[in-house]
Design a protein around this ligand. Sequence first.
Ligand SMILES: Cc1cc2nc3c(=O)[nH]c(=O)nc-3n(C[C@H](O)[C@H](O)[C@H](O)COP(=O)(O)OP(=O)(O)OC[C@H]3O[C@@H](n4cnc5c(N)ncnc54)[C@H](O)[C@@H]3O)c2cc1C
Length: 642
Amino acid sequence: MPPAVPDSAPGVARGTFNRGEAMKRLVDDEFDVLVIGGGITGAGVALDAASRGLRTALVERSDFATGTSSKSSKMVHGGIRYLQQRDFRLVYESLHERQRLLENAPHLVSPLPFLIPLFGRNGVVQKNVARAYSVALWLYDVTGGWRIGKRHRRVGAAEALSHLPTLRTDRLVAGFWYYDAWADDARLTLSIVRTAALDHGAVAVNYTEVDGLLRDSSGRVRGARVRALPLAATVPSPTNPTGPSSSTGPTSPTNPTGPSSSTGPTSPTSLTSPTSQTGSSSPASPTGAFEVRARVVVNATGVWADDVRALDEERHPHSLRPAKGIHVTVPRSKLPADIAAVIPVPKDRRSIFVVPWADGEDVYIGTTDTAWDGPLDDPACLPEDVDYLIGAVNGSVSDPLSRDDVTGLWAGLRPLLAPSGGHHLSERTADLSRRHSVRSSAGGLVTVTGGKLTTYRRMAEDTVDEVVRLLGSAAPSGLRRCRTPRLRLRGAEGLAALLEPRAARAHGLDEDVFSALVRRHGSETPAVLELASGRPDLLQPLVPGLAQLRVEAIWAAREEMAVTLDDVLSRRTRSSIRRAAATGEAAGDVAELLAGEWGRSSTEVASEAKAFAEQVLGELDRAGLGAGSSAERRSAQPGRTT
Ligand SMILES: Cc1cc2nc3c(=O)[nH]c(=O)nc-3n(C[C@H](O)[C@H](O)[C@H](O)COP(=O)(O)OP(=O)(O)OC[C@H]3O[C@@H](n4cnc5c(N)ncnc54)[C@H](O)[C@@H]3O)c2cc1C
């Protein structure tokens, strides 16, 4: 066995995040750990394992974070409502992790003030309501909320209104103010993957799907069969009647059958109906399949975890209970808010969040929590979901929202653990635990399920502890200690200097534009801007009305393994979930910008842009919102700001 990867010096890139190179290593190398799934859990496991010195690979069948990890409410939080469920341990653990994230990724994770408005009649709040919140927030502080440096406090109606001016003055009496934290989930996930790859030598590749497991002669899982999937969805054309194209597909593995193994794996068992989330459903060509050898395989596939377990256990375990949650974006002019708010849902025991996007003139509202029995790849936002959110907000504001105000949306599935005893559809998913579980099968497949975005690091630590246990003497004792509690993510070092006003001036940029860039790229910001040197056109917005710049698309293609328009417009930037119609309109332009980066022809990118725009507008249609909301059309008019 080759020696394990030694420790890395912080800030020095010692691995690769180039897709072609990573693909070659995936085929050629042998690993201690292969992680299946590039959501935040798999990313966290890869970083934990690689930073302990284990030779680590990660494969993701779509783009990093395409699953639930780009569809969350984006809170890095303890979750006050889990106190109501008396899950004090979860809250304590989450608040501890919140603090670690604020320290390890200060560019990506920032404190966010929250307001809980208190409504009542004739200027009086029901005593039991006020007391319940007061006790919950006090408990939140003592469970670890105080670590953020500020405790909760009660505020008057005037102060509440100064932050959310359209709250109903006839009912608003007072409010509570407390702090949590916020992160762009997809960018956080990406940053964890890049840190694992660039700083700790992990090999990570998107659009690679596991469709079978390799076993040695004793039946132990020793790797996986992986298929390289087509990269771009395209619309059917006379020359490409099937639609999805793989002509520019992933770098062909140099040795599709994989290296021979001393452990002598047998033929993999296959997933019955693997599908891609890129909008492409055609299988990769047979030459796209290859084998990845690893001593231990980790299944971190979120709501798909049972499908991967079925490859190992040969029966579907039905251990998860997916719960759908949707969010909608509306212009801040329609729902003015400069802090987040917790809004009670009339006639429901739940609350929803209203959260301002930090770098723009819009806010999002979420979320729903409903059991989902439909296809895991397609948790649609439906008209009734949108109406639920709008109805909830309208119960608390004087300037009601309508469906026409929605400019973007997203839907995701929580990978909740089913209550023991199986699949109880009658139980409210909101009441199910957000704890995680790590288990290993008789064949040695380690599966991590459940949990939260906030607790990903802890989940990863528990998972890699199990991997190390399974590796036994093959894992040198010096490598067993988890290093992630204090491991800073890429872009965190050297941040302070970039947050000073003169840094923006030095780059000739407006302070707000520059600081928003730093919040996305941390100390890599100068390297991003370097790509725009001599190209002022690249400092223009990528999508009109949004803060992200054209140069960030180039950076995404070169340095962040973005290989499709959807990668760039939905996850590297969050344009499509904020301004769907404007993003659809800009897709052709963005495709042209990136054609050269991706080595694609104008025809190919035009076709991809058309397919992407259709997909984005189709999602609006399914939610009953038509082809772009009227608010977005109004805001797109020249000279008008939302
Ligand atoms: C509506 C909603 C709101 C939420 N809000 C919050 C919040 O505010 N704060 C918080 O802490 N948590 C929140 N969560 C929970 C959090 O988002 C999830 O716990 C977390 O993102 C799950 O990450 P994951 O990596 O386990 O799963 P995923 O992100 O789904 O990743 C699994 C990955 O595995 C890949 N995959 C599947 N099969 C294969 C295969 N065969 N081969 C290769 N790859 C495969 C998938 O493509 C996918 O990318 C929310 C969840 C939802 C749905």
